[in-house]
Design a protein around this ligand. Structure first.
Ligand code: NOJ
Length: 547
């Protein structure tokens, strides 16, 4: 059997609202995406993942779907989407959609119908009576992943509905076979149109095993032990494979699986629930301090990624996405933006699996400077704002906390050139402000510069696709301490070593590594060499063919 396309591919994530606006309304759209397909092809991309483009009131910017069979009018029409599929096909590009199946929008006709307890749609969602006799207490103490109670009361019918995110995102009831059928129908609809697969949103929490109180006092996501990775969750995912995916030979299903361990993820791959999954361990090594970003702990960051590289048969490594802060200020350095951006590109693109890059990562886009979370478009920040207002915190501290978690940082419009709105839109009013650094950081400048981050990504992606050992080889850790990262990719007699100094200081290679040598085939300094010097300069990264 032919190997799936994803075994030798880099995936590029598009956040449609912020990628390219073709009609000057300040919002990205599908014709805009079509106009940039040649750019992606040239970059070496084979698969595109589109964050949700379905009809939605945009409360959570598309992760709240009100019609799975319609395109959000701000982004275009179903005809535009069909044209996108056609144009992508012409260029041998595949499109992966976002499958948001844990919840819908509260504007979805199913939910509106479910407000009537006698409707068959009532059982499409999770409706419960309140805990105490007068029903004024929620059915349990679960909290939403966006903070606050996970239940909302509807007076008219004296019942509560569950939402593990905002109240505008009611959870579907996966115990109801009708719901499973509906989701299968949606998957089949798009696969039969020629869509290549799905990135499955919060896919480890769709099936709630019980509704008992959750443990602990943590105000976010309490109750997870009653649904995360439940047996029923596994059954549901396997059923989607048996009923639908199995009929499409080459396809991709990637799961968003917060909290998953390597063993749990591997079991899901082996059981054909997913082809690969996004782990969340590596992001815990700097950001999750509540107020100030912590300094990156390189060893922890590296070990988290290595843990999945070593123990999972196929990985989906990533550094950025629409929920994460930008990677250069986070894992790299503002003092060495180009060197660290390239070092991170090498770390990511030489790993085992199917690497995912996020729009703008290839040109080193940054977080919003002097961000004012009061203006945030992120529903999570709006909710957190209200919660924090209940505490006597200094405004400066409040602002720090909110800024730290604001997902707008990753969602500013793509910076194409130095014209109005960075070439993202012909309008100077965009749904989210363009980062003021667009005159220095944009595609047009970098495209003509052989030393730019964009050119580096391009060369590296092509190299990865040509070198069998880089896309097929096994992963082997080379133990190091501190800010050095070292690993090998091995395929029969061929072995390549990746050596990275992820710090602002020069590092002398330890004795254990000093003898390793070969031909430097790729690096981020023009004169990297592993024979004459044992020093690794700030963020120096090299790919060495051990021959
Ligand atoms: C994960 C998505 O990546 C995020 O953007 C969204 O807010 C939540 N799931 C809820 O759908």
């Amino acid at each position: 059997m032919k190997k799936p396309t994803w075994t030798n591919a880099v995936v590029y994530q598009i956040y449609p609202r912020s990628f390219c606006d073709s009609n000057g309304d300040g919002i990205g759209d599908i014709p805009g995406i079509i106009s940039k397909l040649d750019y992606l092809k040239d970059l070496g991309i084979k698969i595109i993942w589109l964050s949700p483009i379905y009809k939605s009131p945009q409360f959570d910017l598309g992760y709240d779907i009100s019609d799975y069979y319609e395109i959000n009018p701000e982004y275009g029409t179903m005809e535009d989407f069909d044209r996108l599929l056609e144009e992508a096909k012409k260029r041998d590009l595949r499109i992966v959609m976002d499958l948001v199946a844990n919840h819908t929008s509260n504007q979805h006709p199913w939910f509106l119908a479910s407000l009537d307890p006698s409707s068959p749609y009532h059982d499409y969602y999770i409706w419960k009576k309140g805990k105490d006799s007068n029903g004024k207490k929620p059915p349990n103490n679960w909290t939403s992943n966006f903070s606050g109670s996970a239940w909302t009361y509807v007076k008219e019918i004296d019942e509560w509905y569950l939402h593990l995110f905002a109240k505008e995102q009611p959870d579907l009831n996966w115990h109801n076979p009708k719901v499973v059928e509906e989701i299968e129908k949606i998957i089949d609809f798009y696969l039969s149109k020629g869509v290549y697969g799905f990135r499955c949103d919060v896919i480890t929490q769709i099936y709630k095993e019980s509704y008992e109180d959750g443990k602990g006092h943590f105000p976010i996501g309490r109750g997870g032990e009653h649904y995360l990775l439940s047996e029923g969750n596994h059954r549901c995912l396997r059923k989607l494979y048996d009923d639908v995916y199995v009929r499409y030979e080459d396809h991709l299903v990637v799961g968003e699986t917060s909290g998953v361990t390597p063993a749990q993820g591997e079991a899901m791959i082996k059981n054909k629930e997913l082809d690969m999954f996004f782990e969340f361990d590596h992001i815990l090594h700097d950001s999750y301090s509540l107020v100030w970003p912590k300094k990156l702990n390189v060893e922890g960051f590296k070990n988290a990624i290595f843990n999945f590289q070593k123990n999972v048969s196929w990985n989906a490594p990533y550094l950025e996405n629409h929920d994460q802060r930008r990677s250069i200020p986070r894992y790299g350095s503002e003092k060495y933006p180009l060197e660290s951006g390239k070092a991170l590109a090498m770390f990511l693109l030489c790993l085992k699996g199917t690497p995912f890059i996020y729009q703008g990562q290839e040109i080193g886009m940054r977080n919003i400077p002097n961000n004012n979370p009061r203006k945030s478009k992120d529903v999570c920040i709006k909710m957190l704002y209200n919660i924090l207002d209940r505490f006597p915190l200094l405004p400066a501290i409040k602002r720090k906390i909110l800024n730290q978690h604001d997902r707008d940082h990753a969602r500013t419009p793509m910076q194409w050139d130095d014209s109005v709105s960075a070439g993202f839109s012909s309008s100077d009013k965009t749904w989210l402000d363009v980062n003021p650094n667009y005159k220095q950081i944009n595609v047009a400048i970098q495209q003509d510069d052989p030393n730019s981050l964009l050119s580096f990504y391009k060369k590296l992606i092509h190299l990865r696709q040509q070198e069998e050992v880089l896309h097929e080889g096994e992963f082997a850790e080379v133990p190091t301490k501190g800010s050095l990262i070292c690993y090998r990719r091995v395929l029969s007699q061929k072995s390549m070593l990746i050596l990275i100094n992820l710090s602002e200081k020069t590092h002398t290679r330890p004795a254990s590594l000093s003898k390793i040598c070969g031909k430097v085939v790729f690096s981020n300094y023009p004169d990297s060499d592993c024979t004459s010097s044992l020093d690794l300069r700030p963020y120096e990264a090299m790919l060495i063919d051990l021959e």
